[in-house]
Design a protein around this ligand. Structure first.
Ligand code: MG
Length: 421
């Protein structure tokens, strides 16, 4: 029998970016890299973010700016910039990646590799970096920036391009259901106040962070007050600290509250534990942290470790791998949703384009810019009164970087020119 990874690849992988009608201009033209820039931003949060996967009061984020030039067969030249965001958190508390580490690996390894190979196309990023282990979020930021820049040159929206790559053969949604995550609060009244505020802002889906000792009581209280609200609970692996039977017993108590899914109760490395847990709960299990590739998504589904999948392009190493994982889940009729990493408007725009794919059937962590930031480095994204976020009509991801905001929140910028020809 073929190994799981091979099976998954056979099911879902093909070279992205080829043969797609929406990418025709990009395919026909010659794309050149002008240069790549790292921008470190420190964006204050309205309120400190607290979860088992990390706590911080400012978003220390690494942005990548790419400038590419597209030369058409007739000799026409288009030049555009594109942006990507590294999803790594300021500290290695969600995964091993963290912002300062992403800067280090970018400058020491990723930039020399991409510039050395003259990589200008998004689909060439992963092959050019294949000898570098891990650091998927850093790699994904470069892929996103080059994809955004190329699509802006070609006049193609990122959502249309990603949908064109997808095997589902369907157009992207024009609006995506918003969702919001609520961190670990200091008290039950604080939690209820925050959920009330979010519901008042139009969110129809709320994700609560839970941890042993802060689980049934807050979930029950929120459910009592909002019987119809779509609720997720995310443990960020915190039940791994308990003996397995105790984790089963505690988590089983959440079955009575109609959670749409229970996310990552056990450890990042414990797929078999999740597979043992899943049949003992009525609540569908969802995985987040361990799903770092198409192959790991396939393995998790094969062994029954989850029945819902949280897709994050950064964690998977890029938007293109996320489309492949989306397609695999669509074939297996497994619903997916788009997770968030408290991104600035740069990462949020790419998440929106990804979440417009048809099998993102559950609302993700896609919230308005104002949810976390007073002022963003991009024009703000807003939630409509029907609880959705409209897809931008412009090419690329649609993120409109605000020069003033970027200037105000940039700690530094470093430009790396392409090799001279
Ligand atoms: Mg999570």
């Amino acid at each position: 029998m073929a190994p799981v990874a091979d099976k998954a690849r056979a099911e879902a992988e093909r070279r992205p970016g080829t043969g797609t009608a929406v990418g025709a201009k990009l395919e026909e033209g010659r794309l050149h890299l002008v240069g790549l820039e790292l921008v470190r931003v420190l964006l204050p949060l309205r309120k400190a973010w607290v979860s088992e996967a990390g706590s911080f009061s400012q978003r220390d984020s690494l942005l990548v700016r790419a400038i590419v030039r597209l030369i058409s067969p007739a000799g026409g030249v288009d030049e555009s910039e594109g942006w990507g965001e590294c999803a790594a958190l300021p500290e290695p508390t969600y995964s091993a990646e963290y912002t300062a580490g992403a800067v280090e690996v970018s400058e020491r390894y990723i930039l020399p590799a991409l510039l050395g190979a003259d990589v200008a196309r998004a689909e060439d990023v992963a092959p050019a970096l294949s000898s570098l282990k891990g650091h998927r979020m850093a790699k994904a930021a470069f892929e996103a920036a080059l994809l955004d820049a190329g699509l802006r040159c070609a006049g193609v929206r990122m959502a249309d391009f990603l949908a064109g790559l997808s095997d589902t053969g369907r157009k992207p949604r024009e609006s995506v259901m918003a969702g919001v995550a609520v961190g670990l609060p200091r008290s039950l009244p604080e939690l209820l106040d925050e959920v009330a505020e979010r519901v008042g802002e139009g969110y129809r889906r709320v994700k609560l962070k839970i941890t042993p000792g802060w689980d049934e009581e807050p979930v029950a209280a929120v459910r009592r007050q909002w019987p119809e609200l779509m609720l997720f609970a995310d443990a960020n692996g915190s039940y791994a600290a308990l003996p397995f039977p105790e984790a089963v017993a505690r988590l089983g108590r959440l079955d009575g509250y109609a959670l749409a899914c229970l996310e990552q109760p056990l450890g990042d490395d414990d797929l078999t534990g999740h597979a043992r847990l899943a049949p003992q709960l009525a609540t569908p299990l969802c995985l987040d942290e361990p799903l770092t590739s198409l192959a790991s998504v396939a393995t998790a589904l094969d062994i029954g470790a989850c029945s819902v999948v949280n897709l994050k392009a950064g964690r998977l190493g890029g938007l293109l791998e996320a489309v492949r994982a989306h397609d695999l889940c669509a074939k297996r009729k497994v619903p997916v949703w788009c997770g968030g990493m408290v991104e600035t408007g740069v990462g949020r725009a790419a998440n929106l384009a990804l979440a417009a794919l048809p099998n993102f059937s559950l609302p993700g962590d896609l919230s308005a810019s104002g949810r976390f930031f007073e002022k963003d480095v991009t024009a703000p994204l807003g939630v409509s009164s029907d609880g959705t976020i409209l897809l931008p009509a412009v090419p690329g991801s649609g993120a409109v970087v605000d020069g003033e905001g970027l200037e105000a929140f940039s700690a530094w910028r470093r430009w790396w020119p392409a090799r001279s020809r």
